[in-house]
Ligand binder design. Structure first.
Ligand code: SAM
Ligand code: SF4
Length: 360
C-alpha cells in the first residue's frame, strides 16, 4: 500500500483492491449517508493566484505545487467526464486559485462543453486579464461567470487584495458584461476595511444589471485570523443594506442555492432595482441541502470545504485505473460526507488548506 504525501492526510491509494463499503448502496450517483446527492462539481484548476486577499492567502503567498502534481488538461477532461457521464454531475464550476492563470483554460472549458450530456459550465475569477479572454471563454462554452470584487475604492482594494489591481479587475468585469448575459459579483466584507462600502457596491452593481452576492467570511484564511465574534454576519449585511434600499423576499424558489436572494427596491419610489444575494455559510449554514463535490488542482476529491481528508483520484488515474474504478472511488469518497461543517462545534478545527488551495 502506498501513501502519497501531499501535505494533508490522504486516503491510501489502495485502489486496485478497493471494495464497496458494506453500508454504501451500489447507486450510480454521488449519494451520501444523509441522502444528499452531489450534482454540482467545483474544479480547482490551480493553487496559484495573482492577488493575496487577506481572507484567503498569506501576504507572502503559498508554496506553489510542482507543475507535475497539477492536473493536466487531459486529466481534467477525463475526471470531469467520469463525473458527468457516470456520476450524474450536471454543473461544473472552474475556480482556483485564479483559473485565468491557466493558459489552457479555454481548451479545458471546450473539452467539458463537448461532454454528453453537456453540463452547465461556470467560472469564478478575479477577472484580471479577463478583458482579453472573455469572448474566447464564452465561445469555448462558459455559460455563467462570477467575478470577485470587494470594493470600488482603489486603496481599499489594494489593502484587501494586497495588490493595486482594481482597474484591471474593472476592465475584466466590463468585458464580461459585454459577453455574458448575466454577471454575478462576489464580495466578502471585512469589518474595519470594506463594511462601509457594501451599499455603494450594491448600488454600482444594480446600475449595471449585475447580481451582487455577499459571502460571509469563512475560516479558510492562511493567517488563521478569522474570528467568529468579529466577522460580518448575513443579518448585519441585511440591516446595513436596508438603510439604503428596501429588501423584499424573492419569489423564485431557492432550490438548494447557497445564496438567499432578495428583491431590491428604491426606498423613495418603490421601483424594482434588481436583486442581491447573501450567502450565510457560517451563521445560517445550508449543509443539509449541499449538492457539492470538489476536485482539487492535484486531483483530490473533497466532500466539503471543511474536510480534513481527501481521496486521491489523480494517482490511480496515472497508474491506469479505469473510469469505472475512478467513479467508484469518487462515490465512496462522497458517501462519508459529514452532516455539516461543524463550525459551531467546540471541537471544530480549521482545515490546513486555505480557500485558494481548495478551490472556492
Ligand atoms: N480567484 C478567484 C476569485 O477570487 O474569484 C477564484 C477563487 S476564490 C477562492 C473563490 C471565491 O472564494 C471568491 O469569491 C472569494 O471571495 C471567496 N473566498 C475566498 N476566501 C474566502 C473566505 N475565507 N470566506 C469566504 N469566501 C472566501
Ligand atoms: Fe486569489 Fe481569489 Fe483567493 Fe483572492 S480570493 S487570493 S483572488 S484565490
Amino acid at each position: 500500500m502506498t501513501l502519497v504525501d501531499l501535505g494533508i492526510p490522504r486516503l491510501p491509494t489502495s485502489w486496485r483492491d478497493a471494495t464497496l463499503p458494506a453500508d454504501r448502496p451500489d447507486t450510480p450517483g454521488l449519494v451520501d449517508t444523509f441522502g444528499r446527492v452531489a450534482t454540482d462539481l467545483r474544479v480547482s484548476l490551480t493553487d496559484r493566484c495573482n492577488l493575496r486577499c487577506t481572507y484567503c492567502m498569506p501576504a507572502e503567498g503559498l508554496p506553489s505545487l510542482a507543475r507535475e502534481k497539477v492536473m493536466s488538461r487531459d486529466e481534467i477532461a477525463r475526471l470531469v467526464g467520469v463525473a458527468v457521464r457516470d456520476l450524474g454531475v450536471r454543473q461544473v464550476r472552474f475556480t482556483g486559485g485564479e483559473p485565468l492563470l491557466r493558459g489552457d483554460l479555454a481548451e479545458i472549458v471546450a473539452d467539458v462543453a463537448a461532454l454528453d450530456p453537456r453540463p452547465e459550465i461556470s467560472l469564478t475569477t478575479n477577472a484580471i486579464g479577463l478583458d482579453s479572454r472573455a469572448e474566447g471563454l464564452r465561445a469555448a462554452g462558459v455559460d455563467r461567470i462570477n467575478v470577485s470584487l470587494d470594493t470600488l475604492d482603489p486603496d481599499t482594494f489594494a489593502r484587501l487584495a494586497r495588490r493595486p489591481y482594481l482597474e484591471r479587475t474593472l476592465a475584466g468585469i466590463e468585458a464580461a458584461a459585454r459577453v455574458f448575459d448575466l454577471v454575478k459579483i462576489n464580495a466578502v466584507l471585512v469589518r474595519g476595511v470594506n463594511l462601509d462600502h457594501a451599499a455603494d457596491l450594491l448600488s454600482w452593481c444594480l446600475e449595471r444589471g449585475f447580481e451582487l452576492r455577499f459571502i460571509e467570511q469563512m475560516p479558510l484564511d492562511a493567517d488563521h485570523a478569522w474570528d467568529r465574534t468579529a466577522m460580518v454576519t448575513a443579518a448585519e449585511v441585511r440591516g446595513l443594506l436596508g438603510e439604503r434600499f428596501d429588501l423584499g423576499p424573492d419569489a423564485e424558489p431557492r432550490d438548494g442555492a447557497p445564496a438567499e436572494r432578495f428583491v431590491v427596491r428604491s426606498r423613495d419610489t418603490g421601483e424594482r432595482l434588481g436583486r442581491v444575494g447573501i450567502i450565510a455559510s457560517v451563521t445560517e449554514p445550508f449543509c443539509g441541502d449541499c449538492r457539492r463535490t470538489r476536485l482539487t488542482a492535484e486531483g483530490g476529491i473533497r466532500d466539503c470545504l471543511f474536510a480534513h481528508t481527501e481521496t486521491d483520484l489523480l494517482g490511480p488515474l496515472r497508474e491506469g485505473a479505469s473510469d469505472a474504478v475512478l467513479a467508484d472511488r469518487w462515490r465512496t469518497a462522497m458517501w462519508g460526507k459529514r452532516a455539516g461543517h461543524g463550525m459551531d462545534d467546540p471541537s471544530f478545527v480549521q482545515p490546513d488548506r486555505t480557500m485558494s488551495a481548495i478551490g472556492g
